[in-house]
Ligand binder design. Structure first.
Ligand code: 9WN
Length: 409
């Protein structure tokens, strides 16, 4: 491990620390994001256990009464990000968005507990909140046992090609005027387009129009896509939650039932035509035909699926650095546009560590080594060009630094 880079990574976490929560990066993302925060907690745990636990506690403090933990907590207003709390109008104890994000917090909590057993009381205190959040997904987001997203931002893979079909079905003509902020922080060519943003906002407006009532949204939201990111991360998180529950002497029988439901649900995402796990457009009743890095989260979810290996190997062979967010050989691949091609250290970690756990040492080592090479060459960017390694998006990025500290470094 390079001490120099390790010190730099720690410095990024400290620099993005706002006292109890960590920004993904200054400027571009000035709030607490859900899954970023779980990575941040784990990153802190490698050198400041107390600060790691605190990160998760702050995230939990934004939980809604119905159990949802929102994708953004707007602790302090910041005009540098759009859409902010006035647009979202979330109904939790802290101003927030109205959707969630991939539930990786329980899995990082399990890792942190292994690293710092003295944190057991704190983990135990958060366990019921995590279970309520996991239940919320089971109550409101399932389709045939797979977990759906109701907004592209919910999957954390904002402009992935998975959503193209469902986005086309959204009429955003009346969305109104607004000013984006993201394109003043980074090159617009690396960001979603205006077409995308119109639809992102339209979905927010639909949510606000019914006060983020999940039951009504299940009926009226035009966007409902069963997603491998959500399904696999929740399946993994339920396994970790159950394991911690057993340790704490909790009854985990209900969680075991959820695991069985999600295992069946994962199978509904298997698309033989692409030889991989795919997203399913629930409204249109069809697969989206997209091989992405999320397709490769099956191992992370504890599903050692030999059917998925050829596509993984092909995607790795088609890129120089790590796992691309979209099949490099597919039409429409863009090596620098966000979730339509770039390689993301956080996804490389989830996929790579899953492969390691399942004993698939070859592809696991390749992904890990490539992820380290990216950071050694260019520091801690939001994402990178998988062909050239060029850094892209925001810089000094919290979860990228956390992946160095916890895994790649
Ligand atoms: C919207 C913070 C977040 C990540 C997402 C990533 C991006 C936000 C944005 O940044 O999304 O949530 O404004 O583009 O796609 O995964 O959590 O890093």
């Amino acid at each position: 491990m390079s001490m120099d880079l390790t010190e730099k990574a720690q410095g990024i976490l400290r620099g993005n620390d706002r006292g109890g929560y960590t920004l993904p990066t200054k400027g571009l993302y000035p709030y607490q994001w859900n899954w970023d925060s779980a990575f941040a907690a784990w990153g802190f745990a490698t050198f400041d256990a107390d600060r790691g636990w605190q990160e998760l506690e702050t995230l939990m403090s934004g939980q809604w009464e119905d159990g949802m933990i929102p994708h953004i907590l707007f602790h302090r207003p910041d005009p540098g990000y759009f859409p902010g709390p006035d647009v979202w109008q979330g109904r939790g104890p802290i101003p927030s968005s109205g959707i969630s994000q991939p539930p990786v917090a329980a899995s990082f909590m399990a890792k942190m507990l292994a690293m710092d057993p003295t944190g057991e009381a704190r983990a135990r205190a958060m366990w019921p909140a995590l279970k309520r959040w996991h239940r919320w997904f089971m109550d409101w987001r399932l389709d045939r046992g797979a977990v759906c997203v109701t907004h592209p931002w919910e999957a954390g893979r904002d402009n992935a090609p998975d959503w193209d079909g469902a986005m086309r079905a959204i009429d955003a003509d009346d969305v109104g005027e607004y000013t984006r902020r993201d394109t003043s922080h980074v090159d617009p060519a690396m960001r979603p387009t205006k077409y995308d943003y119109d639809r992102y906002l339209k979905l927010v407006q639909i949510g606000v129009s019914v006060g983020w009532d999940h039951e009504k949204l299940r009926e009226i939201n035009p966007f409902r896509v069963a997603d491998p990111t959500m399904t696999f991360t929740l399946l993994r998180a339920q396994r970790d939650l159950a394991a911690m529950g057993r340790r704490f002497g909790e009854d985990v029988s209900e969680i075991e039932e959820w695991i069985a439901v999600l295992e069946d649900g994962a199978e509904t995402l298997w698309n033989p035509e692409i030889g991989g796990y795919d997203s399913r457009d629930v409204r249109a009743g069809r697969f989206n035909g997209v091989l992405s890095n999320a397709s490769m989260l099956c191992w992370y979810a504890g599903i050692n699926d030999a059917r998925a290996l050829p596509a993984l190997e092909r995607m790795l062979a088609a890129a120089e650095y790590g796992l691309a967010s979209y099949d490099p050989e597919a039409e429409g691949f863009e090596s620098l546009r966000y979730w339509r091609g770039p390689t993301w250290p956080i996804m490389n970690y989830l996929v790579g560590s899953g492969l390691e756990e399942q004993g698939l040492d070859g592809p696991a080592a390749r992904i890990r080594r490539d992820t380290a090479r990216l950071m050694e060459a260019h520091g801690f960017a939001e994402y990178y060009d998988p062909h050239t390694s060029a850094p892209a998006g925001g810089g000094s990025f919290t979860w990228t630094a956390a992946v160095w500290l916890g895994w790649a470094g």
